[in-house]
Design a binder for this molecule. Structure first.
Ligand code: BTN
Length: 235
């Protein structure tokens, strides 16, 4: 659709209808009220970027294992970006941002509905800064800013869906170890000492991501684990 408030909101509404199928995609050229993590806005230029939500039904996944879904989404975006900007420095930033040259190029907002302890529906909202040109300063970037190439959005869309299917099927067929090791392999700050802000500033080294999704770090106070809102990257 040419314009909408938020593709995630539309997908969440569609789910309420009884005949909804897994694989439905809501995509727009322009979001007027795009939502990000932590209640933030997601602003995206008109017709220049990918903004979409995919409806999935991972009923094989327990709610306690939902971080695997974050891995699937971030790896899918990373794989798509690697295919169109080969050789560039592309990393996943825990929990599920994607960085290009250490600046945010894509964000992911996953919203699940639960049925007892299993995930019933999942809306995977993905925003990728593709051809936007005014992102030179600050913590955000776009593919164009780094590569100076203008990309065909339908081509990127196809690559993204193909990559998503690749990792989603890995999860569905129980290849969790592969997913996790690939996620860690591409994780920004993995096995490197960097500065972070928790309750105070500290130097830490990411050593793992727990099944719960908590970030496990080696710090000067020993091994500590952090939830999403408890630690901030200072990079
Ligand atoms: C973040 O990094 O804070 C997450 C950003 C997620 C943005 C996407 S754009 C498509 C989908 N619809 C939304 O309202 N948000 C997500």
């Amino acid at each position: 659709m040419p314009s909408c408030h938020s593709t995630n909101d539309i997908a969440l509404q569609i789910l309420k209808k009884p005949d909804t199928h897994e694989g439905l995609v809501v995509i727009t050229d322009h979001q007027t009220a795009g939502r990000g993590q932590r209640g933030n806005d997601w602003k995206s230029g008109l017709g220049t970027n990918l903004t979409l939500s995919i409806v999935l039904k991972p009923s094989f996944l327990q709610a306690s294992d939902q971080f695997y879904f974050n891995m699937v989404a971030s790896l899918a975006v990373l794989r798509m970006l690697n295919k169109c900007a080969e050789g560039e420095d592309i990393k996943v930033k825990w929990p599920n941002d994607v960085l290009l040259k250490e600046k945010k190029v894509a964000g992911i907002l996953i919203e699940n509905t639960l049925q007892r302890s299993a995930i019933q529906w999942s809306v995977m909202g993905i925003g990728v800064n593709v051809n936007q040109q005014d992102l030179g300063i600050g913590k955000a970037t776009s593919l164009f800013t780094v590569t100076n190439v203008v990309y065909e959005l339908p081509v990127l869309f196809e690559l993204l869906i193909e990559s998503l299917e690749y990792y989603y099927l890995k999860l569905k067929f129980g290849k969790r170890d592969e997913l996790k090791s690939e996620y860690l392999q591409h994780l920004f700050g993995f096995h490197e000492f960097r500065k972070y802000r928790g309750e105070h500033l500290f130097d830490g080294k990411i050593i793992d991501v727990a099944e719960s999704g908590r970030l496990v770090m080696e710090t000067n106070r020993g091994i500590q684990s952090f939830d999403f809102k408890e630690v901030e990257f200072l990079y």
